[in-house]
Design a protein around this ligand. Sequence first.
Ligand SMILES: *[C@@H]1O[C@H](CO)[C@@H](O)[C@H](O)[C@H]1NC(C)=O
Ligand SMILES: *[C@@H]1O[C@H](CO)[C@@H](O)[C@H](O)[C@H]1NC(C)=O
Ligand SMILES: *[C@@H]1O[C@H](CO)[C@@H](O)[C@H](O)[C@H]1NC(C)=O
Length: 321
Amino acid sequence: MIYILIFSLYCLTAGAQYLPQYYSFSPAVGSGSGTSYSSSGEGRITAIRVWEINGAYIRGFQLRYGYAWTPVYGRNINEELEMLLFEDEAIVQISGTYNPGNFIYQLIFVTNRGRFLMADLVLRISALLNWSLEELLFYSRMIYILIFSLYCLTAGAQSYVPQYYSFSPAVGRGSGTSYSSSGEGRITAIRVWEINGAYIRGFQLRYGYAWTPVYGRNINEELEMLLFEDEAIVQISGKYNPGNFIYQLIFVTNRGRFLMAGQPTGQSFNFYPRHSQSELRFISGRNDSSGITSIAAHWGMVYPVAPGVPMSGNGTMLGLH
Ligand SMILES: *[C@@H]1O[C@H](CO)[C@@H](O)[C@H](O)[C@H]1NC(C)=O
Ligand SMILES: *[C@@H]1O[C@H](CO)[C@@H](O)[C@H](O)[C@H]1NC(C)=O
Ligand SMILES: *[C@@H]1O[C@H](CO)[C@@H](O)[C@H](O)[C@H]1NC(C)=O
């Protein structure tokens, strides 16, 4: 009886809609010296910033709840790494490495869209293998977006088509000649050449069925990823040495797959599109005769051909995730 009473009271105070909390807790790792912190804020976590020490441990971080940033926990020295989450996006995993005697050395925040913010040291592939139910929900939601987009398309030529363009400025020293990829249609594949144990030699993109020239050099074995029909690159992360080359490149797709090349040496960078429906459109930067010295990313949407207009060429596909 008491149980029923308590339950009834609970239901009463909870109002008409019962909202389960699904709360769980991952216990702390690390030595835990110093003062304690605990983030708090109203609403959902919408962004995250991390500060690292180049080649060493995590300095500090900061979360944004709704529109309000929390204080910085730890320190915010040097360049920040930032990830802004999309409207339906949430952090569903935190992985990393720590030294039981002192600091957290690596932090990876993974979202339900398969994107991640990576700060320092080695990226462990295992960190990306555990997927939650939320990802499945995400894909079912994408079907609605697909249907809605098709609806908008057929709704007429006068409907406004947003551009959703954004730019991730270059990282790296940037010596040598400049390159800028271009092609028709969607990016359908990527190739990267690395120097074993060192930096990125060169890379190449495929738009539709046509490969671009090689930017940088294509010596030794290539690493290649062919994208599926509804797949697009939605993140580029990696490491660079500000004095010379890009040392690591990770191309992440909207399916959570990635191509990884090079070595986790130097300063981290993470490039993301600003808009949730955008994808990688082209890459620019500089290279010298040995390898890639800088890289920048341009994000946008790929548009389907309007109804009734003949397909121009081979590589034009529906611009949806
Ligand atoms: C994935 O999840 C399972 C069960 O929750 C856990 O045992 C395993 O250690 C996780 N793997 C990684 C790489 O996090
Ligand atoms: C950059 O790469 C291209 C393509 O391999 C090459 O033609 C060019 O000479 C390189 N730039 C420099 C400065 O070597
Ligand atoms: C598309 O291009 C490929 C390779 O260039 C070619 O084999 C194929 O016939 C083309 N398809 C169309 C529909 O033009």
